[in-house]
Design a protein around this ligand. Structure first.
Ligand SMILES: CC(C)(COP(=O)(O)OP(=O)(O)OC[C@H]1O[C@@H](n2cnc3c(N)ncnc32)[C@H](O)[C@@H]1OP(=O)(O)O)[C@@H](O)C(=O)NCCC(=O)NCCS
Length: 170
């Protein structure tokens, strides 16, 4: 069966169930009950008419050391267990990176992850943000306790300074 990446502005209920309904705690962080931003764009990998892998994207602005930057927020990265390890996320991540840098015109990609996944994204060119990152939650701002990674578009360098996301993470 050949896998195909489709690009969409919404996910159907069936796609959501297929992508995110296959287990408990699939992101390993659900117990912390963070609130997340809905994604605006979806790279859906389909196989045999079924959504098996997903990379979500939002376009937003963050503040870094007081300076505004436009970023492509990547989130909801997932592959159904039976399709994992076949580089489906690698393929969708490079598609999403090309799209956000070339078509969305953002300066950097940006994602939130657990420490165990940082090497996986680093092997795809993403860089760890060293400074503190503040996100908004319903009760107010909190510092993200795990990892934030960025992907420079073109030859950019991520500036130093505290990051304020100014909204929910994605
Ligand atoms: C992580 C995940 C998205 C990878 O999807 P995939 O389609 O299997 O990814 P690929 O086949 O393109 O690449 C496999 C890579 O995932 C890494 N990986 C998979 N599970 C991992 C885990 N639990 N911890 C660390 N790395 C993991 C592998 O080491 C491999 O890395 P490499 O190719 O650089 O050597 C998938 O395992 C998944 O859906 N996990 C649950 C949800 C999740 O954690 N999402 C990430 C949120 S930031």
């Amino acid at each position: 069966m050949s896998a195909e990446i489709r690009f969409a502005e919404t996910l159907s209920e069936g796609e959501r169930e297929s992508l995110f309904g296959w287990g408990e705690m699939i992101f390993g962080i659900e117990d912390a009950a963070y609130r997340w931003r809905p994604k605006e764009l979806h790279f859906i990998t389909e196989e045999g008419g079924r959504a098996v892998s997903h990379v979500g994207l939002v376009r937003t602005r963050v503040s870094v050391g007081g300076r505004g930057l436009t970023v492509g927020g990547v989130g909801g990265v997932v592959t159904r267990p039976e399709a994992q390890g076949r580089r489906l996320v690698h393929a969708a991540m490079s598609e999403a990176a090309r799209y956000m840098c070339a078509d969305m015109g953002v300066e950097f990609g940006m994602l939130f992850c657990l420490p165990r996944l940082a090497p996986f994204y680093a092997r795809q060119g993403w860089q760890l943000v060293a400074d503190e990152v503040e996100i908004e939650q319903p009760d107010g701002p909190v510092v993200w306790p795990y990892r934030v990674m960025v992907l420079p578009c073109g030859g950019r360098t991520w500036p130093a300074g505290r990051v304020e996301v100014g909204g929910l993470p994605w």
